[in-house]
Structure formats: structure tokens, C-alpha cells
Design a protein around this ligand. Structure first.
Ligand code: NDP
Length: 336
């Protein structure tokens, strides 16, 4: 059993010393347990938070422990009701080949699911995040303008496409021409603005002639600075993620914009609400799975995946994800 354990807590960007590849015997499943062989490992921005012991909504991974991660796995042996040998499951098996589970939190996908790895993206945690955060917090009405940061990633891509289904004008923000072209041409957003290009704040203003009613926050930092003056009265802001800050080791250069932000919230009577997907919206999972399954099957929602071959590639692929190298949902395939 190959496994990546957390060897050191990173300062800034994770490096070669952060995770260590160990091997051990294949674990034994006991009474009331099952043995899972991981086929796909999800790489997600939240993993950076679990490497750190700063206060957060979840406990950090302990030093020497297997790195946490969502997986799609096959059941090898099972003494758990409702799970049989050969079933595909969605689990949190971690960055390793095998995991033992008592079935808690594990979703059975049956013997022969279509595109099993999609359960780590549009049909799983990132999809639920997008659907629930937009409908419950963003509450867009037909004809309103939604701006989506991180528009080419699994969460942002899904948010924007749901916004289109709901009859909104949807403007994405992404890094570079290639991602922006994908956001408009394949995902069907009305426009996409490259935040790395010169003149980004003006380009965003031009793309939102009626202002912004819902801003989907995935990144924070300079992108939010450009969004803030364009927000309409009563704007809603689902605060989903702040990826531009995850590797930060100090506060950004001044001036301090907190007073400006608080004044804007007050004057424009805006609602900002943070959320943690399973804590706030886990109970909506069955409704989400039905709706999103339908949209994906009938082609209303497009999904792009980037498959990385081999567990040993996972640490580098994860660092690249935080740098913006991923184009679509990054998943590691463990076996040939
Ligand atoms: P993404 O694929 O969107 O994340 C990687 C992308 O983030 C990169 O490709 C890059 O896109 C963008 N990015 C990285 N650094 C910066 C930066 N400095 N400025 C602007 N953009 C940057 O991942 P997900 O779709 O999985 O997640 C999106 C967000 O949602 C994350 O912040 C994540 O933490 C959060 N999240 C929150 C949940 C919750 O419960 N609250 C649940 C799931 C996700 P580009 O090339 O366009 O710059």
C-alpha cells in the first residue's frame, strides 16, 4: 500500500518536504468493515488548509498521517451491509492505494457507473458546492447578472452554467485566453474576463453594464477589489473560497481595504455569506444528485476533467492546482 503522509506543515507553497511517500502492507478489513482499492483521487484546494494547523472549520491532518482526500474506489472485500465486492464507491479514502471503511459517509455507485471519476467533480462535492451555494445563498433571479471567479474550475464552471439555466447574464473571470475561450464557447457563459490581462477592472466593468447582482467568490484578493465597485444594491455574495490567499504568508500591502468593504456592505445593503458545503448543505445531496444527474445526462451542463496518471504525481499536481495550472477538475488515476 503506497501512501502519502503529511511529513511537514508547509510555510507558503507546499514543497518536496511537505508530503512523504511511505509503503505499508495492504490494510486488513475487520468485522463490519470493507477494504477499498482507490481508483481515482480528487485534488482540491481545501487540502492546503488541512496541511496547516491554523484554526479552521476542520481539524488539520496530523503529522505522519495519510493525507486526506476524496476518492472513487472499488470494493475488494465487504462485511458492510449494502456494499458488495466489485461495487464502485465514493469515499474519503485519502492519498493511498487502499483504505478500510465501516461504510460511514460512503456512497455506493453500483457495479457499472458511467464516468465513475465524475463523482469527484460535477456529480460530487464541487457540484454540490456550486448548486447549493448558488441556489441557497446567491438566489439569482432571471435577468440578473452573475459574476463567477475561478470560472474554468469545477465549482465555477458549474455555478455559471446553472446561472445560464436560471436565465441570468453570466460573466466569468479566469486566467488567460484559453480558459476564457472555453468558458464562453464550451460552457456557454455570456462573457469571460481575463484577470491577468492589463486593464482587467475596466474590462470587467464593460462586461457588466447593469452591474453585478450575484458575485460568486472563489479567489479573493485583487479579483475581489475589481468586483467591489461594480456590485449592485442588495447584491448577494456566496463566499465559497479564497484560493489566492491559501499559500499567503503575510497580509497584502496596504492600504487596508477592510473599511471600504464594510462601508460598501452597509451602503449597498449587501449579503455576504460564507459556507462549508457539507456542514451547510449536505442534507440537500439527494436533491442535488437528481437534478445534476439529469443536467449532465441531457447535456445542459458540460464538464471538463484533467486526468493525472499515477499516485506519485499527486503532490506536484496539487501544487500546480494552487498555482492555476489545472484546466478543469484535476483527478489522479491510481491504476492502469
Ligand atoms: P479550482 O480549479 O477553481 O481552483 C484552481 C483555480 O484557482 C486555478 O486553476 C486558478 O484559475 C484559480 N486561482 C489560483 N490562484 C489564483 C489567484 N491568485 N487568483 C485568482 N485565481 C486563482 O478549484 P475548485 O473549483 O475545486 O474550487 C474553487 C474554490 O471553491 C476554491 O477556492 C475552493 O477552496 C472553494 N471550495 C469551497 C467549498 C466550500 O465548502 N466552501 C467547497 C469546494 C470548494 P485561473 O487559471 O483562472 O487563475
Amino acid at each position: 500500500n503506497r501512501k502519502f503522509v503529511l511529513a511537514e506543515r508547509p510555510h507558503g507553497e507546499p514543497d518536496a518536504d511537505t508530503l512523504r511517500l511511505d509503503t505499508s502492507d495492504v490494510p486488513q478489513a475487520g468485522k463490519g468493515e470493507m477494504l477499498l482499492q482507490n481508483e481515482y483521487l480528487s485534488l482540491d484546494p481545501y487540502m492546503r488548509g488541512r496541511m496547516s494547523d491554523a484554526p479552521s472549520y476542520a481539524d488539520p491532518v496530523a503529522l505522519g498521517e495519510v493525507m486526506i482526500g476524496g476518492t472513487v474506489a472499488r470494493v475488494i472485500t465487504s462485511d458492510v451491509d449494502g456494499f458488495a465486492e466489485g461495487d464502485w464507491v465514493q469515499a474519503f479514502g485519502g492519498w493511498q492505494d487502499y483504505a478500510v471503511s465501516d461504510g460511514s459517509g460512503v456512497i455506493n455507485m453500483g457495479q457499472n457507473p458511467d464516468n465513475p471519476s465524475w463523482a469527484l467533480g460535477v456529480l460530487g462535492m464541487p457540484g454540490l458546492t456550486a448548486w447549493a451555494g448558488l441556489t441557497q445563498i446567491g438566489q439569482p433571479k432571471s435577468g440578473e447578472t452573475i459574476v463567477v471567479a475561478g470560472a474554468s474550475g469545477p465549482v465555477g464552471a458549474t455555478v455559471g452554467q446553472i446561472g445560464k439555466i436560471l436565465g441570468c447574464r453570466v460573466v466569468g473571470i479566469a486566467g488567460g485566453d484559453e480558459k476564457c475561450a472555453h468558458v464562453v464557447d464550451t460552457l456557454g457563459f455570456d462573457a469571460c474576463v481575463d484577470y491577468k490581462a492589463d486593464g482587467f477592472p475596466d474590462a470587467l466593468k464593460d462586461a457588466t453594464p447593469k452591474g453585478i447582482d450575484v458575485y460568486w467568490e472563489n479567489v479573493g484578493g485583487a479579483v475581489f477589489d475589481a468586483v467591489m465597485p461594480l456590485l449592485n444594491p442588495l447584491a448577494r455574495i456566496p463566499v465559497c473560497g479564497l484560493i489566492s490567499q491559501y499559500n499567503a504568508t503575510s497580509l497584502p500591502d496596504g492600504p487596508d481595504r477592510l473599511g471600504l468593504l464594510m462601508g460598501t456592505i452597509l451602503r449597498k445593503r449587501m449579503t455576504l455569506r460564507g459556507f462549508i458545503v457539507f456542514d451547510d448543505f449536505g442534507h440537500l445531496y439527494p436533491e442535488f444528485a437528481n437534478q445534476m444527474g439529469e443536467w449532465v445526462r441531457d447535456g445542459s451542463i458540460q464538464y471538463r476533467e484533467e486526468m493525472i496518471a499515477g499516485l506519485e504525481q499527486a503532490p506536484e499536481a496539487f501544487v500546480g492546482l494552487l498555482r492555476g495550472d489545472a484546466f478543469g477538475k484535476r483527478v489522479v488515476k491510481l491504476n492502469d
